[in-house]
Ligand binder design. Structure first.
Ligand SMILES: Cc1ncc(COP(=O)(O)O)c(C=O)c1O
Length: 382
């Protein structure tokens, strides 16, 4: 392990403050390190391995595809990509087209390009304070957090920031150049803050009235995380563009942009592209994952989410979340809570220095939740 840490430092750019653990295998809700220690995973690789680790149906789909064909590029038709697009279009309710990418930032980059190309001389996109949309130059500029942007000036022009849950501030940010509004319905990296129902409804109606595109970033909330396929279903709205990644690939790198048919002609041949986007193996994994995301599974996510929140409320009232995207913000906690959790065999995560965020597997058990809550109770009250 020590050897690994030294090699990492000598060879990998230090952009991540890693925890001192090297995982070598996993099973369901558990990760195992190179010393044979076992950890309950309440992060799932930041909401990626949502169907549990070493999921046999996903593994089989990957193996089967690998043995047939791994990659040909988007210059050709491939079966699993088309099947997945059909599935996503169905989730949207029909009447959409899909563009596949490899990551969240790329999905948002694509959405930003769509918006810019939509109307001549209109290129401004309104995003929100505290949002997170990625680390490419355009998406970090879309991100409403100065710390993410620091040092990367000059930032691309064309982004304005409004106050989350405040329609008036959106109205004030609109100019003759505005073309779109882009938002997360739960700001994940920003601290798990949930958009108000009325705000989202009013915002959607406002965008429609003004002819602005409504882009919903479902990279963290999408594909079942909140107990619905898309978080926007909780709000009774239908975005013009939806961006996806993380859970979509069931462990492999995959992102997608769902575009309402009304806007299908914005991009013509050659307007956008990706060598790897919608890779056949990643799409096969995604399909095998989605097969497991049944209506019963979504109910289970809601049931476990409610149970998890009720148990966390034994520690603090400041508990928020939808489905299995949950956070708590106790008044005080030890500085090294994540390290203590690791020593006790739990993987948890803190965002914005004060919010403990939980993104467990969709199959998380009551027993695992109970075990984590008991640890948190002792660590936080210690
Ligand atoms: C809401 C949201 N958008 C975009 C991204 C960027 O995704 P990626 O890291 O795959 O580029 C993230 C990542 O955390 C995210 O949470």
């Amino acid at each position: 392990m020590k050897n690994f840490i030294a090699k990492d430092g000598n060879n990998i750019l230090g952009t991540y403050k890693r925890l001192p653990v090297c995982f070598v295998r996993a099973e369901g809700e558990y990760l195992f390190d190179d010393q044979g220690n076992k950890y309950l995973d309440f992060l799932t690789g930041i909401s990626v391995s949502v169907y549990g680790h070493n999921n046999l149906k996903i593994n089989d789909a990957i193996k089967e595809q690998v043995e047939k064909l791994i990659h040909v590029s988007n210059l050709f038709y491939t079966e699993s990509q088309i099947s997945l697009a059909e599935k996503l279009n169905g989730f949207y309710g029909g009447g959409s087209k899909i563009f596949f990418v490899n990551s969240g930032a790329e999905a948002n980059e694509c959405a930003i390009k769509l918006a810019r190309k939509y109307q001549e001389n209109q290129y401004e996109i309104i995003t929100f304070d505290n949002s997170f949309h990625g680390r490419t130059l355009a998406t970090l500029t879309a991100t409403g957090q100065r710390k993410v942007q620091q040092g990367f000036d000059p930032l691309p022009d064309g982004f304005k920031y409004a106050v989350f849950n405040d329609l008036n501030s959106v109205k004030q940010a609109v100019t003759a150049k505005t073309v779109a509004v882009m938002l997360e319905l739960i700001q994940g990296e920003g601290g798990v803050h949930i958009a108000d129902k009325q705000f989202v409804k009013d915002l959607s109606a406002f965008c429609e009235e003004k002819g602005l595109l409504l882009i919903v970033d479902e990279i963290q909330t999408g594909i079942g995380r909140t107990g619905k396929i898309f978080a926007y279903e909780h709000y009774g709205i239908k975005p013009d563009i939806v961006t996806l990644a993380k859970a979509l690939g069931a462990g492999l790198p995959l992102g997608a942009v769902i575009v309402n048919d009304k806007y299908k002609n914005i991009f013509g041949y050659g307007a956008h592209g990706s060598t790897f986007g919608g890779n056949i193996v990643a799409c096969s994994a995604a399909l095998a994952g989605l097969e497991q995301l049944t209506a019963e599974q979504l109910s289970y996510i809601n049931e476990m989410g409610a149970y998890f929140k009720s148990r966390l409320k034994e520690i603090t009232d400041n508990v928020r979340g939808l489905g299995l995207m949950i956070a708590m913000e106790p008044k005080t906690m030890p500085d090294d809570l994540v390290g203590q959790a690791l020593k006790e065999g739990f993987i948890i995560n803190i965002v914005q220095d004060k919010t403990i965020r939980f993104l467990p597997s969709y199959f998380v058990s009551k027993e695992s939740i109970d075990a984590l809550v008991e640890f948190l109770k002792s660590a936080i009250n210690r």
